[in-house]
Design a protein around this ligand. Structure first.
Ligand code: 5AD
Ligand code: SF4
Length: 432
């Protein structure tokens, strides 16, 4: 009998990938995905623990979902992902409607856990098992799929930035063997994928028998795989061979997410980042020499403990020097168990004000870079039909969303597009 599965995904792209693999794992138990929680027999929240707000959202969602159990006595509710890893049993104590808790490294055990909750027992698994979950997940189904896909190649982190939960929720740095990654990539290409984004919390530290640059060169040789991206990287792992790949590998897209977090050396030191603002700027310079048109993106934290006005100005100055095409900035959020959690934070109003100023500056640069695309011709990977008749939506090499008018391009095509206008979150153009 088919049962219905509803998965809601929070947080990063790796969670998006994991949700897909969890749905596949439960597919073997007769589950098909549904888009609404109301008709589900199993609801999984795949959660994020990176900031306090992200974690709290999970509990409010669980509160909203709980009444559905009265309507459908067969309904089971599970919490997966990083909140599951960090809080474990505590989740079931705080919300007794939860039947199942599974961490990011044990979801290959979901079929057994599902059977257990069906028999009326709770199931909890937040181990860091010795075995690799990917070896235990069944082969991926053969169905056609969207032209752009995520592919996890590395997980976990050994860097221990003072603010960050990732080393605790995702565990130590582990790379998947290159042969496995290549196999999965070939399989994705057979199913219609033309662009892969290689995922890892520290993806450029990849060492699955070769470096990330080596892996990218191997992937580029796969027929039909036209575009390669990777995220997220740490400045200290940006090897010479990876920078060279940006100059030499045509399939490697001219976009790089390279978080710096702060422009103040004093704060970087307290964050345990082991790089300086200057070393980061020099690195950016070398990357731009290799690939002059590259669009950069970054992450920033404002209001980190002891951040002064002068520290914040240093961040603004770094942003002015780099000119990011996109950037994500966050107010510091104290996370239990991290070294910085013990330190007194900055006044919340001051942090709010800094966040607004930083975001305004970043938006200005984002807008300028988008405007600079107008008049250019570029290859756009067509991903889906748009709202207007004949309109298609795709991605530029620089990760801008592009609305293509009046062309003949189909989903999965790479269309040559002349950009005619730039809006806040997208570009518009015509097929040439
Ligand atoms: N508070 C605020 N932002 C954080 N990030 C990570 N941990 C925290 C925290 N405790 C941000 C960093 C990271 C991004 C994924 O989230 O900028 O790069
Ligand atoms: Fe959130 Fe980090 Fe877990 Fe991704 S790895 S879901 S960003 S806590």
């Amino acid at each position: 009998m088919t049962k219905k599965l509803f998965i809601k995904t929070y947080g990063c792209q790796m969670n998006v990938y994991d949700s897909e693999r969890m749905a596949e794992a439960l597919g073997g138990q007769g589950y098909v995905e549904t888009a609404t929680p109301e008709d589900a027999d199993m609801i999984l929240l795949n959660t994020c623990h990176i900031r306090e707000k992200a974690a709290e959202k999970v509990y409010s969602e669980l509160g909203r979902l709980k009444p559905l159990k009265e309507l459908n006595p067969e309904l089971k509710i599970g919490v997966a992902g990083c909140v599951a890893q960090a809080e474990g049993e505590e989740i079931m104590r705080r919300q007794p409607a939860v039947d199942l808790v599974v961490g990011p490294q044990t979801y290959h055990r979901l079929p057994e856990m599902e059977a257990r909750v069906r028999s009326g027992l709770p199931a909890l698994d937040t181990d860091f098992p010795a075995e690799d979950k990917f070896d235990h997940l069944k082969g991926r189904p053969k169905a056609r799929r969207a032209p752009a896909a995520f592919l996890t190649v590395q997980e976990g982190c050994d860097k221990f930035c003072a603010f960050c939960v990732v080393p605790y929720t995702r565990g130590a740095e582990v790379s998947r063997p290159a042969a496995r990654v290549l196999e999965e990539a070939r399989d994705l290409v057979e199913r219609g994928v033309r662009e892969v984004t290689l995922l890892g919390q520290n993806v450029n530290a990849y060492h699955g028998g070769m470096t990330l640059a080596g892996l990218i060169r191997e992937l580029a040789r796969i027929d039909g795989l036209e575009r390669i991206r990777y995220t997220t990287s740490h400045p200290n792992d940006m090897g010479d061979d990876l920078i060279a790949a940006h100059a030499e590998v045509e399939e490697l897209m001219p976009y790089l997410h390279l978080p710096v977090q702060s422009g103040s050396d004093r704060i970087l030191k307290r964050m345990n980042r082991s790089h300086t603002a200057e070393s980061y700027l020099q690195l950016i310079e070398r990357i731009r020499v290799a690939r002059p048109d590259i669009v950069l993106s970054g992450d920033f934290i404002v209001g980190f403990p002891e951040e002064t006005d002068a520290d914040f100005e240093a961040t603004m100055e770094l942003v002015r020097q780099v000119r990011y095409g996109y950037a994500f900035s966050f107010k510091y959020s104290s996370r239990p168990g991290t070294p910085a959690a013990e330190r007194p934070g900055v006044d919340p109003d001051v942090a709010d004000d800094r966040l607004q100023r930083l975001q305004a500056l970043i938006t200005e640069h984002q807008r300028e870079i988008q405007d600079s695309m107008v008049g250019r011709e570029m290859d756009v990977l067509v991903e889906k039909p748009g709202r207007n008749p004949g309109q298609m939506i795709g991605k530029s090499p620089y990760l801008h969303s592009v609305h293509i008018e009046g062309g003949t391009a189909a989903v999965g095509d790479i269309a040559r597009v002349r950009i005619l206008d730039a809006k806040t979150n997208s570009l518009g153009g015509v097929q040439v």
